[in-house]
Write a protein that binds this ligand. Structure first.
Ligand code: HSE
Length: 289
């Protein structure tokens, strides 16, 4: 059995902690055979544990404490600590592993609720489960996660992936603890129109609104100094818009098909250590083969 989970990009600017898209880069977990203790064969470096302490197994055991240990193989082309949902993909894979090994028959909504409680917000885990574009909210008082999946319009998506790590925890520490009421109303109105424009297929409008986020990007600017330069390149080259992918440092650029080549060329001149590549939307979310 193989479990495949896509990368994700959260926020899309003003959709902070709520909106996300799934991207066609994948974490694949292969279940090899039962054995006495959990073991993960992987290529992801010494910092990623290969035993029961790995987030994948910890998540699976949280969902189904009695599952038999297995030997697993973990393969991933999702860059770590770059804002592309690598840990969310592991959480979703862990839930699916428990689901299959313990025959839990979980619905996607149940998986989303478990994953959101572990992650704290649904914006990465929801598209990792459902695929495509997902808007979701976590109501802790009602103990509910509500979500809507919708088709994300066709366009070129360019990822600017710096060669530096940024931990989500560090990137959340710079955010304000409170938010002025009028400012919140304005920030939420911007997000609402952004979502409406995506659903309408109007990426020109959606892209403009993605760049008007008031919730997080300005507070994170000092952690992601490349964002301003990328925004300038986007505006000079008729991109629809760009936004910090999740907590950063990756920036995603949405562009019409005939603009992306020259945008990519200019992006590659910002920092020769950064990766600049095109990514596609994953429409399916988590898959089991
Ligand atoms: N919405 C989250 C953030 C995504 O921006 O901090 C990363 O977990």
């Amino acid at each position: 059995m193989k479990i495949q989970v896509p990368a994700t990009s959260a926020n899309l600017g003003p959709g902070f902690d709520s909106c996300g898209i799934a991207l066609a880069k994948y974490l694949v977990i292969e279940v090899i055979e039962p054995q006495a203790t959990w073991e993960i064969i992987h290529h992801l470096g010494d910092e990623i544990p290969n035993d029961e302490s790995n987030l994948l197994i910890q998540t699976a055991l949280q969902v189904a404490p009695n599952i038999m240990p297995h030997q697993l193989r973990m393969i991933s082309d999702i860059p770590l600590t770059r804002g592309l949902g690598s840990s969310s993909s592991v959480i979703v894979a862990g839930i699916e592993l428990a689901n299959r090994l313990a025959n839990l028959n979980l619905s996607d909504e149940e998986k989303l609720k478990i994953a959101t409680k572990i992650e704290g917000h649904p914006d990465n885990v929801a598209p990792a489960i459902f695929g495509d574009f997902v808007v979701a909210c976590y109501d802790e008082e009602k103990d509910e996660v509500l979500s809507v999946k919708h088709y994300f319009p066709e366009c070129d998506i360019i990822a600017y992936i710096p060669n530096t790590e940024l931990l989500t925890k560090e990137s959340r520490q710079v955010l304000p603890k409170t938010f002025n009421y009028q400012e919140a109303v304005k920030a939420s109105a911007i997000a609402n129109v952004m979502i409406g424009a995506v659903i309408n297929g109007n990426l020109a409008l959606a892209g403009q609104l993605m760049e008007r986020d008031l919730f997080h990007e300005k507070y994170r600017a000092k952690l992601v100094p490349h964002l301003g330069k990328i925004r300038q390149i986007c505006q000079q080259n008729q991109a629809f818009g760009c936004f910090l992918s999740g907590a950063g440092p990756t920036v995603l650029i949405l562009a019409p098909k005939d603009c992306s080549e020259k945008i990519m060329l200019q992006l590659s001149l910002i920092d020769s250590h950064a990766q600049v590549e095109q990514v596609c939307i994953d429409r399916e979310g988590v898959q089991v083969f």
